[in-house]
Every structure is written in C-alpha cells, then in structure tokens.
Design a protein around this ligand. Structure first.
Ligand code: B16
Ligand code: MG
Length: 224
C-alpha cells in the first residue's frame, strides 16, 4: 500500500465531456467525404489521438487518403472542433470534478493534467480551471499516444513524484492501460465491465471519496 501524493487527471471524459464536439466535427467531415459516421462509431475515438481518430473514421467509410490529404482533413476537423470548444463555459465541467481537484489540493496532494488533446489549454481556459493543475501535460508535449505511459510519466516527473505514489483518473481503456503500464494506480471513470483493468471504477469524480481535509493519510484511495 502506497499513500497517494499526486493525482493525474485525463481531461475529456473525466473533467469535461468534449466527445459530443469531437463527434459533430468528425461526422461533418465524414458526410463531406460521402459517408455517415454514427455516435456508436464515435465510441472508438475516445482517448485516441487526432490522427489515429482520422484513420478510424476513414476506415468506417472505406476511404483511403494520402498522408498529405490526411493532414489537411485532420486540420479541417480541428478547425470545426475549435469553433465549438471556444464557445464552452464553466457550466460544462462534469459534476464534482472541480470540487474533487480542489479537495486534493487542500489536502496537500499535487495535481496534474494528462491528456491526449492538443486543445487542452483552450478547454481549461474556457472552463476557468487551468490554475487547479500544478503541471499540464497535453498532446503537444508527448510523442507516444496512450496506452503508452509517456503522458502520465511526464506528469509524475514534472511533479517530482514517483509513479507508485500517483493515481490516474481515466475514462478510456487505453488511458487505464497507460496508467498501469507506468506503475501507477488507476481509477476508471465509466463502466466497470469496460474498464476492468482499473483498481477502482466509479461513474464520475463526484463519486470518488475526497481526501480528509487535515491531510491524506486516512484517505480511502490509499487502500485501492
Ligand atoms: P485533439 P483525453 C482525447 O482527450 C480525446 O478523448 C480524443 O477523442 C481526442 O481525439 C484526443 O484527445 C485528441 O484531441 O484533436 O483535441 O488533439 O481523453 O486524452 O483528454
Ligand atoms: Mg478521456
């Protein structure tokens, strides 16, 4: 049992739900290319990098493109996506997320963001919560996508905390795998049948026990 010294949070699906905006932008792209893209298809894109997402979308339509065309299509999707996320407001923070991050900080636990999204800073600024993270590692700072643990290991390193004292909060299978591969605890946010590799699975950060105010020594999460 290791007492937790740092919490590392995924962004999309844990702090905020941008999946609907990703979906609308990918669907628009698919429709312009002449095929449909359903909400069910969109499930495969959660936690996956932008270029890998594009490849999955093109596969759904049975479409092949050159590398140069793919770059252009990914840029087009991102333009539509950023038009939507720049309209976001703090009301879109998921239930209990801000309170949970604040309770960690109050208990002396360090906090980091570990997201695949290259748009993380835009989203955090729109939600007014960038100041709640001691360290922010996003898609611009990593070269290997989840399930590679790079994003979380960089977070731990910049926080100055050994991986075994870190817990990662993740909604995607690849993210839970990344946390475990990095030697960290993982709390899954979502369905226990899907996120079965996690040490604990809950429906949202509002359901995670907060660390005691005086210090995190007796925290239930130390025992997972
Ligand atoms: P961008 P996370 C991920 O965010 C999303 O879940 C995934 O759907 C998206 O493709 C990826 O970010 C890249 O996003 O196009 O904005 O760089 O869950 O790792 O916070
Ligand atoms: Mg996610």
């Amino acid at each position: 049992m290791n007492n937790i010294k740092a919490c590392i949070f995924d962004l999309d699906g844990v702090i905020v739900d941008t999946a609907i905006y990703h979906y609308k932008a990918w669907k628009r792209l698919a429709n312009e290319l002449g095929f449909d893209f359903t909400e069910h298809d969109n499930e495969q894109l959660k936690g996956v990098s932008r270029m890998r997402s594009l490849e999955i979308v093109l596969q759904c339509g049975g479409v092949t493109k050159t590398e140069a065309e793919k770059e252009q299509l990914a840029a087009q999707k991102n333009t539509w996506y950023t038009e939507m996320i720049t309209q976001m407001t703090p009301d879109e923070i998921l239930p209990g997320a801000q309170e949970f991050v604040e309770s960690c900080r109050d208990a002396g636990i360090k906090t980091a963001l570990g997201s695949a999204s290259k748009n993380s800073m835009t989203i955090l600024n729109k939600l007014n919560i960038a100041h709640l993270f001691d360290v922010i590692i996003d898609g611009n700072k990593v070269s290997k996508a989840k399930p590679d643990p790079e994003v979380f290991l960089k977070g731990a390193q910049e926080l100055g905390v050994e991986p075994k004292y870190c817990v990662v909060f993740e909604d995607a299978i690849a993210g839970v795998e990344a946390a475990k591969a990095g030697g960290m605890k993982a709390v899954g946010i979502g369905n226990p049948d899907i996120l079965h590799e996690a040490d604990l699975v809950v429906s949202g950060l509002d359901k995670v026990p907060q660390p005691p105010k005086g210090g995190a020594g007796d925290w239930a999460l130390n025992k997972i």
